[in-house]
Design a protein around this ligand. Structure first.
Ligand SMILES: Nc1ncnc2c1ncn2[C@@H]1O[C@H](COP(=O)(O)OP(=O)(O)OP(=O)(O)O)[C@@H](O)[C@H]1O
Length: 436
């Protein structure tokens, strides 16, 4: 690229920036009262100049002014009207700290092919989550993927912690939602009953910087939780199961550690399986219920369980099957033929539920810490649409989320801190069974 080309690109970007500033100015004047006041003051000035224009133009009643001065006086009104308005709009639309932000981003290497850093168009408190500041940037052609890759560097440059980054205005603007760098997640967020969502069938997981993190099983039927040992996935699993119980679901739990992880209170409220043959029996029952519900929905021409319950007045409950160590449970290493056959049957039933369970209100919540992609079969894994990973190495993160973000973004000493498949980091609520 020649120097001329570069100059042209820079000029075009600057012009575009000026226009954006004006547009942002109009928006800012509408949205923020003090900026609105500035615009009102300008308009009041314009009215005054208009009202007293007679006096202005009459100043040279004795013909003593030079023609140039008279020309300037004549031009004063249109100049004030047009130039002033443009200046006020640019001023309103130019956020404080715009230059520092641009220089900071330039320093950390977030630049386009012409070496330009993004331009800050607007910086304001987010309307929905006042805790967050919304930074709107003209990305200058830098794709969102590159912003994500340089997330840590952007945080350093702007002295913020980023909650999320999204496109806006049809990919013309990148919105960065952030809190000041010193703010962080609390280490402990004890569960309170009032956090239970009133909406069916929404389960609450914890809090991200933007607010509560939830999953609606009616839309996203199955959940895969991952994380290395001690990351907090058993606590999160129990938090979800507790809410499912509270909402009237029938919960089935496979626990091959002899009930250590699930004390008596769980056995009173849920169906437990402690052995592989019991598990197969439970899965047989669940798949039989699935077939039965399939028939009833077909007969009544209902598309899913909620519609069926509404149409018939029946209250068929959702069924939730959970297993804390699913990869360990399905591992065939060292198994004899008979056990291999049993495990294959278990796998088969889980696959059926994973593929068809949504419409019939039958859900899987599976957790694992094993960084071994082959153990959880593709048919099951690919249907687990809601993925959550705690502290993990890049291999486990890749298996659970299909990316390495858990390894990069969850601190090594964090407990109960997770990241979802869409990149939302959150602190899980700390729940213990005494609250059940
Ligand atoms: N949401 C949370 N907030 C704070 N601390 C937590 C949270 N969840 C778990 N912890 C802490 O982490 C410890 C380990 O949690 P948990 O048993 O759930 O981990 P895990 O990933 O299931 O480990 P393992 O696979 O070894 O069972 C808990 O005893 C608790 O002290």
């Amino acid at each position: 690229m020649t120097r001329n080309d570069k100059d042209t690109i820079t000029r075009r970007t600057e012009n575009r920036h000026l226009l954006r500033c004006m547009k942002a100015g109009l928006m800012a004047a509408r949205d923020t009262p003090h900026k609105g006041l500035l615009l009102t003051a300008y308009l009041a000035g314009a009215v005054l100049v208009w009202l007293f224009r007679g006096h202005l133009f009459g100043l040279d009643a004795y013909g003593m002014f030079s023609p140039v001065l008279n020309a300037v006086i004549d031009l004063l009104v249109p100049l004030y009207a047009v130039g002033g308005l443009l200046a006020v709009l640019v001023l309103l639309g130019t956020p404080w700290g715009g230059r520092e932000a641009k220089e900071g981003l330039q320093k950390v290497g977030l630049v386009n092919h012409a070496g330009e850093a993004p331009i800050l168009l607007c910086k304001q408190r987010d309307k929905d989550t006042p805790r967050l500041t919304l930074w709107e940037f003209d990305p200058c052609g830098i794709p969102l993927g590159e912003w994500e890759d340089k997330r840590a560097r952007i945080e350093t440059a702007l002295n913020i912690t980023i909650a999320k980054m999204t496109w806006a205005e049809g990919r013309k603007i990148i919105c960065v939602y952030a809190v000041p760098a010193e703010s962080d997640f609390p280490a402990l967020l004890p569960w309170k009953d009032k956090y239970l969502s009133p909406d069916s069938f929404v389960l609450v997981l914890g809090e991200s910087l933007t607010g509560p993190v939830t999953v609606n099983l009616a839309n996203i039927p199955h959940i895969l939780l991952g994380g290395s040992t001690g990351s907090g996935k058993s606590v999160l699993l129990k938090l979800l199961l507790m809410q499912a119980v509270e909402k009237g679901a029938e919960v089935y739990i496979a626990d091959f550690k002899g009930g250590v992880d699930f004390p008596r209170v769980w056995r009173q409220k849920c169906h437990m399986c402690f052995r592989e043959d019991e598990l197969l029996h439970t899965l047989d029952q669940l798949t039989a219920v699935l077939e039965c519900r399939k028939k009833r929905l077909e007969e009544t021409e209902c598309k899913d369980l909620d519609t069926y319950n509404e149409a018939t007045g029946e209250g068929l409950p959702r069924l939730v099957f959970a297993c804390d160590e699913v990869a360990e449970m399905l591992d065939k290493t060292g198994a004899d033929n008979e056990r291999k056959k049993l495990l294959a049957q278990i796998e088969n039933k889980l696959s059926t539920i994973a593929r068809q369970g949504r419409a019939f209100g039958i859900h899987l919540i599976l957790a694992t810490q094993r960084p071994d992609a082959t153990i959880i079969p593709g048919q099951i894994r690919n249907n687990m649409d809601f993925r959550v990973c705690g502290r993990a190495d890049s291999v486990l993160s890749q298996i659970i989320l299909d990316n390495t973000s858990a390894a990069e973004q969850i601190p090594k000493d964090a407990r109960g801190r997770f990241i979802t498949g869409d990149g939302t980091v959150f602190q899980g609520y700390l729940f213990n069974e005494e609250q059940l």
